[in-house]
Design a protein around this ligand. Structure first.
Ligand code: TYM
Length: 333
């Protein structure tokens, strides 16, 4: 049976290899399966949980759509829209924030990481952000949510909220409990500068990540400068698991070549890193160059990107408004 897929990406600029391998690559595969109904959302409401410059945000929303399309998501097959244009998201988030418990949100590790030492100064939106994410998912009776590993806890919270709402309002099965779709080995792409830290757009040094808009020479340079250890390439998985930087680079290579870890290890076992890095850089270029070229081309046609968002928001709005109407009835409005 086909799946109902929903996932979101924040339009905060610099979409990187982690977003691609952890999420977007999976979106493309799901989009290509005719049985599935996919919705991919540019989560601009999530983006404003931290400060944004309005004109940059507008550009980044378009760039995220361009990245989806350039990566292979077909706007004729999947719904692509931005969250702010379907008001049911904000509304459902409020209603569900009355179901979610403080104690549950207090456990969210991403808030702790993002808020840092000075929690008092974090926005309330940053704190309640997982409730908005639950609203996104539950409005569409989503069965499966493709995400990277860092979103796993938020999905568990979404299930808790759905269960409590169904129970509190005696509405068995009203909200469907979604399953996460997390790629086994590639759900956490690490920084090129520290194999124990997640690759992220917030890391200061651009050398720590490969952006989907990087030029070929930038990719070559970043791979060259990527941290490694002084030993030759590992010869088995056990050894690989003890060497975070080697593991990350081999993971990236394996995911890009759709191969298996065993095969990749065998290919480079005992060789030095420079040989492997040349191969990795070329593999990255082969994958990313067509995407970045296409992103740049699409960004030249803003009206096309805006039309995708408008069409998508009408389709998504249709589904979400029906669900929110039922939510109103259930809670007694
Ligand atoms: P965001 O915008 O931070 O990231 C988008 C997607 O990229 C994945 N990702 C990674 N995967 C592997 N390795 C990495 N280093 C890496 N960095 C990011 C994320 O796991 C994510 O899948 N809250 C979400 C967006 C969201 C959402 C939703 C997702 C809002 N509503 C509903 C699913 C369903 C976020 O901030 O993702």
């Amino acid at each position: 049976m086909g799946k109902k897929i929903f996932s979101g990406v924040q339009p905060t600029g610099n979409l990187h290899l982690g977003n691609y391998l952890g999420a977007i690559k999976n979106f493309v595969d799901l989009n290509n399966d005719k049985e599935n109904n996919c919705i991919f959302c540019v989560v601009d409401l999530h983006a404003i949980t931290v400060g944004q410059i309005p004109d940059e945000l507008r550009d980044n929303i378009r760039e995220t759509v361009a990245t989806f399309v350039a990566s292979g998501i077909d706007p004729e097959k999947s719904i692509i829209f931005n969250q702010s244009q379907v008001s049911a998201h904000s509304e459902a988030a409020w209603i569900l924030s009355c179901t979610a418990r403080m104690g549950w949100l207090n456990r969210m590790t991403q808030f702790k990481e993002k808020a840092g030492k000075d929690k008092e100064k974090a926005s309330i939106g940053l704190y309640s952000y997982p409730v908005l994410m639950a609203a996104d998912i539950l409005l569409y009776d989503t069965t499966h949510v493709p995400v990277g590993d860092d979103q796993k806890q938020h999905l568990e919270l979404c299930r808790d909220i759905a269960e409590k709402f169904n129970k509190d309002f005696n509405s068995e099965n009203f909200f469907k409990l979604p399953e996460p779709l997390i790629q086994k080995n590639y759900s956490r792409i690490m920084s090129l500068k520290d194999g124990t830290k997640k690759m992220s757009k917030s890391e200061l040094s651009d050398l720590a990540r490969i952006n989907l808009t990087d030029e070929n020479d930038q990719i070559i340079n970043k791979v060259k400068k990527a941290k490694t250890d002084p030993l030759p390439m590992p010869s088995d998985i056990e050894e690989l698991n003890k060497r975070p930087e080697a593991r990350n680079l081999i993971n990236i290579y394996t995911s890009l070549t759709n191969s298996s870890l065993e095969k990749s290890i065998k290919e480079f076992s005992g060789k030095n890193f420079s040989n492997f890095k040349e191969n990795l850089a070329q593999t990255l270029i082969d994958k990313i160059n067509p995407i970045s070229t296409e992103i740049k081309k699409l960004l030249g046609d803003k009206s096309y990107l805006d039309k995708i968002l408008l069409d998508g928001s009408l389709k998504a709005g249709d589904i979400a408004s029906k669900k929110i109407k039922k939510i109103h009835e259930i809670v007694g409005f």
